[in-house]
Design a protein around this ligand. Structure first.
Ligand code: UDP
Ligand code: GLC
Ligand code: MN
Length: 339
């Protein structure tokens, strides 16, 4: 199966960490397909070398952005450029078929059967299920399609200012035409769906094949304690009601990626003998302390609020997750609905 490949994209060293976890998870589950990473010049040389240890091909592409090419000048969203870089995946014509996967995904089993699907196969987006999520999709590389996509972007733009909007408009028959192009949700389970539909997660979550850490906070933004095998401060983050997936990501990172980063001098080994990552970005550091962690900040004490106020706070992301909106309470409520 040398003419088929999994493909991912990383435009900077943070996303490379995600790509490395994804690549090593695909290897762990013994894919028989090639692994390809698209990178842009912002990726540092050492990180690129580490990528070459995990991926069969590491290919440098230019960032597609509105300043880059006259073709894209019509697009006014500055962040559009970065995700449009994904379109380069259609240029990989050395392969007959590929599965693109965001760098913030990881596999929990072998998913080579996806190569039996046709372009464009993808799973529904959890926010708008008549759109597919562009974090995992099956496609056929083709320069013709690549050019048509660029032209389409120029003429029509993208309704979300990024690749997912563009691809959904381009492959517009996805929602209605051919069910075989609808991948089951377990091939792109957004980690946020765990708390937005907990009963479904309880019923089907164990079958998850691909987890997607969709959203602005990525696994590498958390701090992980490899002694206790847990995330630091997770109790205070309302988004982590089920830390299992994040812990899996970090376990893979610590076991398979960190040793490579050490070998390439990107992280240093701690004097305690435990790996201590000193990575480039301040936000994405991992630390391991030999002493007890500092005491956690006290939970905010909110005055008693009306259900309307509570709803508004919830919608603004200010859930009282240590009190009224605690995971246990939500679970109890869901359980009563289920009975
Ligand atoms: N990406 C990247 N650099 C960036 C932003 C995105 O390389 O600065 C790539 C990466 O592969 C990432 C994908 O584009 O997984 C889509 O972005 P992201 O996963 O952050 O979007 P989300 O899935 O959270 O909507
Ligand atoms: C989505 C997808 C991601 C895509 C982004 C921008 O949330 O998960 O892959 O890059 O939208 O369209
Ligand atoms: Mn993503």
């Amino acid at each position: 199966m040398a003419d088929q490949s999994f493909v991912t994209l990383a435009t900077n060293d943070s996303y490379v960490k995600g790509a490395l976890v994804l690549g090593s998870s695909l290897q762990h589950y013994r894919t028989t397909r090639k692994l390809t990473a698209l990178i842009t010049p912002q990726v540092s040389d050492p990180m690129r070398k580490v990528l070459e240890r995990v991926f069969d091909e590491v290919i440098l592409v230019n960032i597609l952005d509105s300043g880059d090419s006259a073709h894209l000048a019509l697009m006014k969203r500055p962040e559009l450029g970065v995700t449009l870089t994904k379109l380069h995946c259609w240029e990989l014509t050395q392969y007959s078929k590929c599965v693109f996967m965001d760098a913030d995904t990881m596999v929990l089993s072998n998913i080579d059967e996806l190569f039996e699907r046709e372009e464009l196969s993808a799973a529904p987006d959890p926010g708008w299920p008549d759109c597919f999520n562009s974090g995992v999709f099956v496609y056929r590389p083709s320069i013709e399609t690549y050019n048509r996509l660029l032209q389409f972007a120029t003429e029509k733009g993208s309704f979300d200012g990024a690749d997912q909007g563009l691809l959904n408009t381009f492959f517009s028959s996805w929602a209605t035409t051919d069910m075989s192009k609808h991948l089951p949700f377990i091939y792109n389970l957004s980690s946020t769906s765990v708390y937005s539909y907990l009963p479904a997660f309880k019923a089907f979550g164990a079958n998850t094949k691909v987890v997607h850490f969709l959203g602005s906070t990525k696994p590498w933004n958390y701090t992980y304690d490899s002694r206790t095998k847990s995330l630091k401060g997770e109790m205070h983050d309302p988004k982590i009601v089920h830390p299992e997936f994040l812990n899996m990501w970090w376990d893979t990172y610590v076991a398979n990626v960190l040793p490579l980063l050490e070998q390439h001098g990107i992280v240093k080994e701690n004097t305690t003998g435990v790996n201590m990552a000193e990575v480039t970005e301040a936000v994405s550091h991992m630390s391991v302390s030999a002493t007890a962690p500092p005491p956690s900040p006290p939970a905010p004490v909110l005055p008693t609020v009306s259900s309307q106020e509570r709803k508004e706070r919830w919608e603004q992301g200010q859930a009282d997750y240590m009190g009224m909106d605690s995971f246990d309470n939500i679970k109890k409520k869901l359980d009563t609905y289920l009975q």
